[in-house]
Design a protein around this ligand. Sequence first.
Ligand code: NAD
Ligand code: KPL
Length: 302
Amino acid sequence: MWHILGAGSLGTLWATRLARVGLPVQLILRDAERLNSYEQAGGLTLVEGDRVQRYPVAAQTADHPQPIQRLLVACKAYDAAQAVAQLAHRLQPGAELLLLQNGLGSQDEVARAVPQARCICVSSTEGAFRQADFQVVWAGHGHNWLGDPLRPEPPAWLADLQRAGIAHDWSPDILGRLWRKLALNCAINPLTVLYDCRNGALLDHAEQLAQLCHELSLLLNGCNQASAADGLYADVRRVVEATAANYSSMHQDVAQARRTEITYLLGYACRAAQQQRLHLPHLQALHAQLVAHLVARGLPSH
Ligand code: NAD
Ligand code: KPL
């Protein structure tokens, strides 16, 4: 049984793909009111190009008594630990959690909340967004890297992902992948918010991008992530060019007045720099500017 916590963009994308190949899936929704709205909606709807399909995936609330063996945590980084803690009493011995959260920091928070469970981290380049309640558009096919920083052996259920057509690889260096993605997000996302622009427009600010990549590389090296620092600036430019027409996820959050994941991205990077006693003035200034920008818009700055 796949229990899926959070029926947002990625939760829906995973739930529908697993359920449609006949795998048993249970969504875990916030409360009885949300379960009621879900039942009224008649299931999850996935929009893939012209194809719109509704899947009546089973759902329950957190207080349901069913034991949990495998839990896909599909909440935002700032909600993950609290949402998982509510389910701690339902986790079976040997339970496994898949953590889809972007950035770093939330994985440790979850591990502290449920020390009895195995935490598998996922770094995803898939793209999905909510069009309406329980209706998600699969905007960009991507890849998922899964790994466990503490235990190298892959779980047997990777075969389920294969069967569901969920593109994935087991990564022996998942922390390196998470750090690299964090560095990319720290270089690109805050600037798109501050300049209010699409990713491609950052090519007009190449010098600033290069300065940030230099400091992020120092940080990665200082945190024993030398391979994640390798060729960072070239990779940032490649991503900016490949996604030139897109708005970054942080830009979309701010534009829609939604809370951002700043604490787990640039905030995490700045805290790590402080711990390593690294002086990274451009990164710190960017963080201060982003915080001021969020506060000015009445959005949480943490
Ligand atoms: P989302 O906001 O669309 O979905 C999160 C869902 O979790 C919401 O439906 C929310 O109601 C639910 N939730 C929160 N607390 C809950 C609780 N206590 N119980 C039950 N449900 C709860 O977010 P998303 O876009 O799917 O992103 C999830 C994570 O995946 C983020 O860290 C994001 O950065 C990462 N990510 C997203 C994408 C994407 O394309 N959407 C791609 C890569 C990574
Ligand atoms: O992951 C991204 C995001 O928008 O969150 C990219 C496209 C890499 C930009 O940082």
